[in-house]
Design a protein around this ligand. Structure first.
Ligand code: CP
Length: 317
């Protein structure tokens, strides 16, 4: 297996099956630190730089929390408008990263341009972690989700997935690529204008993912072991910021997971994931049903980032 030390985490496309399990093993080893709300000193001599060109609650703060849990330091920006990349100069990724690499030992970047973290990785002498790039990928979120499934179901292979939402979305891309490494048939349900792109569909076929597409969650929920939901009412991910307009759409029933639907159609032991933020696709009364696992997912988001930081910084092998 390739070492993770010094490695960029940009995509799950070429992540090998044994690498997934290695990351999960390391996460499990570090998890007690987060459970006990302790801070260790594993990364006491290391600094994380957060470079966020798009809003985030979870991805940035989970990375920062993970760094604190491992005793490391954090610096960075969450509003690119206050940097030279966001003013008159529109400083390039290259010039920005050639500075940031001296301010810390690993950089987590979120950007509205697909491929921006890959461009950063071309120039940086420190590892780059992709915190979401435009419509591209969101690898650390899907690693979190797979870890959650492994913890909750005790296995990854042999589970049938249902993914609901906008299939142009970065999480869906990372999910599709990740599931190619497991025995996990998946059904994608999305509005027609948000269906799998031709390029992504061809990629999934080439990587032998067992997938089909359906129009309504009711057509697939009964057989699902894992239900992963994302909004279909959402901002434009190619913008640095997309304010809410006066009119906000509502999620059609085809893409909504309600308490009634779960109770009448879902397997009793199915689990429901949502990386959040949400609109109305999962109403709050689902939160305390036996299917919901998104708060566990949130906790695991810190644990997963602990594992990734420890691995790429060479503190765990
Ligand atoms: N799930 C996720 O990426 O959330 P944030 O946009 O808040 O980081």
């Amino acid at each position: 297996m390739r070492s993770f030390a010094g490695r960029d985490i940009l995509s799950l496309k070429d992540f090998e099956r044994n690498e997934f399990f290695h990351v999960f093993d390391v996460a499990e080893e570090l998890e007690p630190i987060a459970i006990q709300r302790r801070n260790s000193n594993l990364l006491a001599e290391k600094t994380l730089v957060t470079a966020f060109y798009q809003p985030s609650t979870r991805t940035r703060l989970a990375h920062e929390a993970a760094m604190h849990r491992l005793g490391g330091h954090v610096t960075g920006f969450s509003d690119a408008k206050m940097t030279r990349a966001g003013d008159f100069y529109q400083e390039s990724i290259k010039d920005t990263v050639k500075m940031l690499e001296f301010y810390g030992d690993v950089i987590v970047m979120r950007h509205f341009q697909q491929g921006a973290p890959h461009e950063a990785a071309r120039w940086a002498s420190v590892p780059i972690i992709n915190g979401g790039d435009g419509w591209g990928e969101h690898p650390t979120q899907i690693l979190t989700d797979l870890y959650t499934v492994l913890k909750e179901k005790g296995t990854l292979d042999g589970l049938r997935w249902l993914a609901v939402g906008d299939m142009r979305m970065r999480t869906m891309h990372s999910l599709g690529y990740a599931l190619t490494q497991f025995d996990c048939p998946i059904t994608f349900v999305s509005p027609p204008e948000m269906s799998l792109t031709d390029e992504f569909r061809a990629d999934l076929k080439q990587y032998s993912l067992d997938f089909r597409e359906a129009e309504h969650v009711e057509q697939a929920i009964a057989e699902a072991d894992v239900i992963l939901v994302e909004p279909v009412v959402q901002p434009d991910y190619t913008k640095s910021r997309d304010e809410r307009g006066a009119e906000v759409g509502q999620t059609p029933a085809n893409y909504k997971i309600t308490r009634e639907l779960l109770a009448s159609k879902a397997k009793p032991d199915a689990i429901l994931l949502h990386s959040l933020p949400r609109m109305d696709e999962i109403p709050p009364d689902v939160d305390i049903t036996r299917w919901s696992r998104y708060w566990q997912e949130a906790f695991n988001g810190v644990v997963m980032r602990m594992a990734l930081l420890a691995l790429v910084l060479g503190a765990m092998e």
